[in-house]
Design a protein around this ligand. Structure first.
Ligand SMILES: NC(=O)c1ccc[n+]([C@@H]2O[C@H](COP(=O)([O-])OP(=O)(O)OC[C@H]3O[C@@H](n4cnc5c(N)ncnc54)[C@H](OP(=O)(O)O)[C@@H]3O)[C@@H](O)[C@H]2O)c1
Length: 388
C-alpha cells in the first residue's frame, strides 16, 4: 500500500531504467563492450509491466543498485518472495484502475528482510523479517514501502508462506467472519475453492465447529478439496452448482463467497437461507484468456446483480461487497486482523498452501498457472536467479 507519491517515484525510477535498458539495447551495431568497472556495477532484478496485454508484457529487467534510502516513515527491504494474485492478471490486461502510468513494477504483496529504516520508524529495525501489503511494486529484489504497511513475520514462517498470507487470508477472514459472521453449524459456498483465497477460506472454516463447505473447482482438484474440508466439491464446468447444492441442502447455504460476479451473484443470492449473505469480492467471469475479452467484460457487467432495500427487507438476506485494496489506509483495522491470523498460524490452525514457486524469469509460466486454472493454493515468485 505505497502512497501515490512513493509508487510514482518508484515507477519513474523504473521508467528511467526501462528507457535506459531500451536505449542500451543494440539496434544494428553491436554495443561497445562495457569498461570493467561498469560491468561490475551491481544491479537489482525487477519485473516491469511495460504495456497491457498478454504474458509477454511483463519483462525481467535490471536496474542499478543504489544504497537504500527510505524516506520518513518508510523502510527498504530485500524481497525474498512475492505473491501472485488474480488481481495481477487483471492489472496486466489493463483492468486495474489503481495502477500508476506504465511502466510499473506489479505485485501487491511480498516478504523479505529490512535493510534500511527511514526517519520516524521506531517499530522496525534492520534485519527484521516482514510481510508487506502494497498497491504495486513488490516484484523486485529491493522495495521501499511505508513502514505502516509492513507486518512482522512469526519466527517459524518462511518467506514463501509470508508472501502467501496477507492478501489471501485477510480477504478470506474478513469475508467469512466480519461480513459472513461464521458460526458453528453454518454452511458456506466457496467459489474457486482450490485457489489462493479459496484454500485460505477452507482452513478458516475449519476453525469453527461443524461448518459445511460446498466448494466449486475443476474436477482434478476435488480430492485435495475433500482432504481440506470440503464436504461437497462441485465441478462448475460440467454441473449447475446451484442445482447440485439444492439437491443436498434444499434450504440453501448461509454464506456465499462470490468471486465470479455477473450472473453468479444472482445465483448465489438465490441460494441463501434466511439471514444468509452473498459477499461479492471478485469478477473472475470477466477473464477468459491471457488478453482482455470485451464480450466477457460486457456480459459480466450486464448480468451484474442488483437488488433494492425493500427486496432485502422482505427476503431476510444481505449482499455485501469486499475490496481489500480500498482498506489500504485502514492500517489499524488490518493490523488487528493480521494479529489474529498470525496467532492462528502460530497455533497451527492455518498454513498457506503453496502451489508452486517460480523465479522472476518464469513469470509468464507463473501467470499461466493461474490463468489456465492449474493452481491449487498460492503461486509465489522469487527474485531468483533461476537455479539450473
Ligand atoms: N476483493 C478483494 O479484495 C480480493 C482479494 C483477493 C482476491 N480476490 C478475488 O478472489 C478470487 C480468487 O483470487 P486468487 O488470487 O486466490 O486466485 P485463484 O483462486 O488462485 O485463481 C486461480 C483459480 O481460479 C479459478 N478460476 C475461476 N474462474 C477463472 C477464470 N475466469 N480464469 C482463471 N481462473 C479461474 C481456477 O480454478 P478452478 O477453475 O479449478 O476453480 C484457477 O485455478 C478472484 O476472483 C480475485 O479477484 C478479491
Amino acid at each position: 500500500m505505497s502512497t501515490e507519491g512513493d509508487g510514482a517515484e518508484a515507477a519513474a525510477g523504473l521508467a528511467t531504467a526501462a528507457a535506459a535498458a531500451e536505449e542500451a539495447a543494440p539496434a544494428e551495431d553491436p554495443a561497445p563492450k562495457p569498461a570493467p568497472a561498469e560491468a561490475a556495477a551491481p544491479t537489482l532484478r525487477c519485473l516491469l509491466l511495460t504495456g497491457f496485454g498478454g504474458y509477454d508484457k511483463v519483462k525481467l529487467q535490471r536496474r542499478p543498485a543504489a544504497t537504500p534510502a527510505p524516506g520518513p516513515g518508510q523502510l527498504s527491504l530485500r524481497v525474498r518472495a512475492c505473491g501472485l494474485n488474480f488481481s495481477d492478471l487483471f492489472a496486466r490486461q489493463g483492468l486495474n484502475d489503481r495502477l500508476p502510468p506504465l511502466p510499473v513494477t506489479p505485485g501487491i504483496e511480498g516478504a523479505g528482510e529490512v535493510v534500511a529504516v527511514g526517519e520516524g520508524v521506531a517499530d522496525r529495525k534492520v534485519g527484521d523479517r516482514v510481510m508487506v501489503l502494497t498497491r504495486w511494486g513488490m516484484w523486485q529484489e529491493e522495495a521501499t514501502v511505508p513502514a505502516t504497511h509492513t507486518f512482522l513475520m512469526p519466527e517459524a514462517m518462511t518467506f514463501e508462506e509470508a508472501s502467501a498470507l496477507l492478501v489471501n487470508y485477510l480477504t478470506a477472514y474478513m469475508v467469512l467472519f466480519d461480513f459472513g459472521n461464521l458460526r458453528p453449524g453454518h454452511s458456506v459456498l466457496v467459489h474457486m475453492a482450490a485457489g489462493g483465497v479459496g484454500m485460505a477460506a477452507l482452513q478458516l472454516c475449519r476453525t469453527v465447529e461443524n461448518v459445511t463447505v460446498f466448494g466449486t473447482a475443476s474436477a482434478s482438484k476435488h480430492e485435495v478439496l475433500q482432504k481440506n474440508g470440503v464436504a461437497h466439491p462441485i465441478d462448475y464446468h460440467t454441473a449447475d452448482y446451484a442445482a447440485e447444492i439444492r439437491k443436498i441442502s434444499p434450504k440453501g447455504v448461509d454464506t456465499v463467497m462470490d468471486t465470479r460476479g455477473g450472473y453468479d451473484t444472482a445465483k448465489g443470492y438465490g441460494l441463501l437461507r434466511p439471514l444468509g449473505k452473498v459477499v461479492s469480492y471478485g469478477v473472475a467471469n470477466m477473464l477468459t484468456g491471457p488478453k482482455r475479452n470485451l464480450v466477457a467484460m460486457a456480459r459480466t457487467w450486464w448480468n451484474q446483480f442488483s437488488v433494492t432495500a425493500q427486496q432485502l427487507l422482505q427476503s431476510n438476506r444481505a449482499v455485501c461487497g469486499f475490496y481489500l485494496g480500498a482498506l489500504e489506509e485502514d492500517t489499524e483495522l488490518l493490523r488487528g486482523v493480521v494479529a489474529r491470523l498470525v496467532a492462528l498460524y502460530s497455533q497451527g490452525h492455518i498454513k498457506p498452501h503453496i502451489d508452486s514457486v517460480w523465479p522472476f524469469e518464469k513469470v509468464a509460466d507463473a501467470m499461466k498457472q493461474l490463468q489456465e486454472k492449474k493452481n491449487v493454493g498460492k503461486v509465489v515468485l522469487v527474485p531468483g536467479p533461476q537455479e539450473n
